[in-house]
Design a protein around this ligand. Structure first.
Ligand code: IPE
Ligand code: IPE
Ligand code: MG
Length: 231
């Protein structure tokens, strides 16, 4: 019997490599972001089919503001367009949208759309799709510290988790990063403490259902999670 045969409860993905995918085809970087959208759909659908309860996708980090304004503007517009087109399918598949990150720091039209899409999917309960938007792990931890101090609650691991964006959710069992870099880039720094990490060289727009299923099968069949113990 494989050691770890259960389906991960929470999968988190750093969707990286869009720009390089485009550059390798002599296309502008934004074409890579566009091509990445269809992969988001495939991976969301596959996750729901597997019975994964939480999927978190890293869409925009607190450091991504360092990019050219044209790319940043393009990303926010693409996000709103893509989710607008995808919303009916999310509802049909009963996928609830949730956003983690500094939402109040986003442009007004994005904030409004975030509220709208949360509302539209609020009754969905098959899977929760967390979109990490203007997300930074350090900022999340610092904010949680501020809030817990203000609340007067006891500072322990259990109560601290209630002040994170992922309040009430299990920690990710599995974090996948596409695009070849082997780092977390400020993603889920608190929650990743015992996550299994998978790195693939595949650029996000080329990431396929088959490769995703192979990673899930590897996680379920071979990885031994000891959580600090011996077996
Ligand atoms: C990831 O792809 C998408 C975002 C950060 C929004 P990149 O845009 O980082 O692509 P590379 O890493 O430059 O290839
Ligand atoms: C991480 O990718 C952020 C997202 C995928 C949204 P980056 O491309 O921003 O990360 P670095 O700069 O290579 O660490
Ligand atoms: Mg990148």
């Amino acid at each position: 019997m494989p050691k770890n045969s259960s389906v991960p409860g929470h999968v988190a993905i750093i969707m990286d490599g869009n720009g390089r995918w485009a550059q390798s085809r002599n296309l502008p970087r934004i074409e890579g972001h566009k091509a990445g959208v269809k992969v988001v759909k495939i991976i969301t659908q596959t996750s729901a089919e597997f019975g994964i309860k939480y999927l978190t996708l890293y869409a925009f980090s607190t450091e991504n503001w360092k990019r050219d304004k044209t790319e940043v503007d393009f990303l926010f517009n693409l996000f709103v367009d893509a989710v607008t087109n995808y919303l009916a399918e999310l509802v049909e598949n009963s996928v609830k949208l949730n956003f983690i990150g500094n939402i109040s720091g986003l442009p007004y039209f994005v904030r409004k759309f975030v509220d709208y899409s949360i509302n539209k999917t609020s009754k969905c309960n098959r899977m929760t799709l967390n979109v990490a938007l203007n997300y930074g792990g350090r900022e999340e931890i610092i904010n949680a510290v501020r809030k817990i101090c203000k609340s007067g609650a006891n500072v322990d691991e259990k109560s601290f988790e209630d002040f994170l964006y992922t309040e009430g959710q299990p920690d990710p069992d599995l974090i996948i990063r596409t695009g070849g870099e082997k780092r977390l880039s400020n993603f889920l720094l608190y929650q990743s403490f015992y996550s299994e990490l998978f790195f693939t060289n595949t650029y996000w727009p080329d990431f396929s259902k088959e490769e995703y299923i192979a990673i899930l099968n590897d996680f379920m069949g071979k990885r031994q999670r000891r959580f600090g113990g011996v077996k």
